[in-house]
Design a protein around this ligand. Structure first.
Ligand SMILES: Nc1ncnc2c1ncn2[C@@H]1O[C@H](COP(=O)(O)OP(=O)(O)O)[C@@H](O)[C@H]1O
Ligand SMILES: [Mg+2]
Length: 455
């Protein structure tokens, strides 16, 4: 065990601080108890002295100096080991009777050292002195009990301190070891995470204590981090993979143009084709950047209460001629107004992408239905068609960037429409579901409603 490491452990520091606080509290409590008991003992001594003195004084009042000196001598003889001391001095300060030879002149009862009474002891005496018929009468009682109490208290406290410190220090060492072990587990787990192992988890060992709670938070953060790192990895893979195709196409076009030019043939067609390919690549990048911007949440600053019904109605109206031109039919069933908190432009984009998908991926004669209704304080917006639909096992995949069904390889598009729809729905705390319209596809988004009111 390295001492510095031990003292650096928070478990040890807490236990050590607690020990100090406890010792301080114990000392205050002990000192208070000692002073209360001490005061009580002093009062008792004073009471005994006063009654002794009074008894002797009344003896003098009743029987004169002879009786008093006899009584003093008797009391002195009865006191073994100088537990009580008595002294009677005549007006010339010569000793008449008593078991001590000298006494200081004290006006009020007080403690004096044994030395001043001519006694050899290391404790003091409570002394009361008065004048009785011109003679000095001194009574005193030994304060040995108080010094004994003091000794017992000091010795007891010392032992208590030693035992307390020993127990607390062992507790502190135990606690710090236990805490260090748990912190080491957390440290090792986080080191694994730093090495890219996002499935590393801290085991719970403390029966739900604060470190367990912290571990739970770290575990869920790490697993969320793992999911985002995995999705970023997936996205960059997809992007690099999918952008290779148009770039390869571009290279083939340019090679053809190069060959044609070498043969003296016109290359305007190839250049036009190349420009078209480049525009599509730029379009893909623009859409990717837009999705990233939506996902970053920066657009939230533009959120306002908007009527989803008006937005869907305007978009449906905008596409109505296009739908007719494609030989399809557009049906609109809208309950209004339905107010949600969001970005008008992004919500328009969401519906536009869905209608465009139906237009793009369904054959002529298909029917596109846009519907909006409120249900359980949600605005439920659907864009459905009766086209080929999306197989159930592909419905999660089509939400990925650049993912397109094999059957759509020949249809124009970049595979970013539904990713954008997903990002917009997410930003609005809306849930998105792709369902089978039997036949066809139904894309439904459910938005939290702000309230039903007239705009
Ligand atoms: N309404 C639809 N009907 C059938 N398939 C669809 C529909 N909408 C989307 N899809 C499929 O999902 C894929 C992803 O859609 P999307 O992300 O909008 O990309 P894009 O439309 O550019 O191909 C499409 O390529 C298509 O295969
Ligand atoms: Mg699309």
């Amino acid at each position: 065990m390295r001492p510095i490491k031990l003292f650096q452990s928070s478990g040890f520091r807490i236990a050590f601080t607690f020990t100090l606080v406890f010792l301080l509290a114990a000392s205050i409590a002990g000192a208070t108890a000692f002073s209360i008991i001490g005061e009580e003992l002093v009062k008792r001594h004073e009471r005994v002295l006063a009654s002794d003195y009074e008894t002797l004084r009344s003896t003098f009042l009743a029987g004169g100096l002879t009786d008093l000196s006899e009584a003093v001598a008797a009391h002195a003889a009865a006191s073994r080991n100088h537990e009580s001391v008595y002294l009677l001095l005549d007006p010339g300060s010569a000793k008449i009777a008593g078991n001590i030879d000298a006494a200081p002149s004290v006006s009020t009862p007080q403690m004096v050292p044994a030395k001043e009474l001519g006694l050899n002891a290391d404790f003091g005496y409570f002394i009361q002195r008065g004048v009785v018929g011109g003679n000095a009468l001194v009574v005193g009682s030994s304060a040995e009990d108080i010094s004994e109490l003091q000794e017992i208290f000091v010795e007891g406290s010392l032992w208590a301190f030693v035992v307390l410190i020993a127990i607390s220090l062992s507790g502190a060492v135990f606690l710090s070891h236990r805490m260090n072990r748990r912190i080491e587990v957390i440290q090792n787990t986080l080191e694994s995470v730093a090495d890219g192992k996002f499935d590393a988890q801290i085991p719970a060992t403390g029966g739900g204590d604060d470190i367990d709670r912290l571990s739970e938070i770290i575990n869920s953060t790490v697993s969320r981090l793992g999911t985002s790192v995995e999705s970023v990895r997936q996205i960059s893979n997809d992007i690099s993979h999918d952008l290779k195709t148009p770039l390869n196409r571009l290279r083939i076009i340019m090679e053809e143009a190069f060959e044609k030019q070498a043969a003296g043939e016109p290359v305007a067609g190839e250049i036009e084709e190349a420009i078209g390919e480049i525009s599509r690549i730029i379009g893909t990048f623009d859409a990717l950047l837009r999705i990233a911007q939506i996902e970053s949440g920066a657009r939230k600053a533009r959120f306002a209460d908007v009527d989803l019904a008006t937005i869907l109605e305007n978009i449906a109206e905008f596409y109505s001629t296009l739908v007719e031109d494609e030989g399809m039919k557009l049906e609109v069933q809208i309950e209004r107004p339905l107010i949600v908190h969001g970005d008008r432009e992004l919500l328009s984009q969401l519906f536009a992408n869905l209608i465009e998908n139906a237009l793009r991926h369904c054959p002529g004669g298909s029917v596109i239905t846009c519907s909006l209704a409120s249900k359980d304080s949600l605005a439920v917006a659907s864009v459905c068609d009766n086209g080929p639909g999306i197989p159930e096992n592909e419905r999660d995949n089509v939400l990925r960037r650049l993912y397109r069904l094999e059957t759509s390889r020949t249809t124009p598009g970049s595979g970013l429409g539904l990713s954008m729809v997903n990002a917009i729905a997410d930003l609005h705390h809306a849930t998105l579901s792709l369902e089978d319209n039997k036949p066809g596809l139904c894309v439904t988004s459910r938005f939290p409603l702000v309230g039903l009111k007239d705009l």
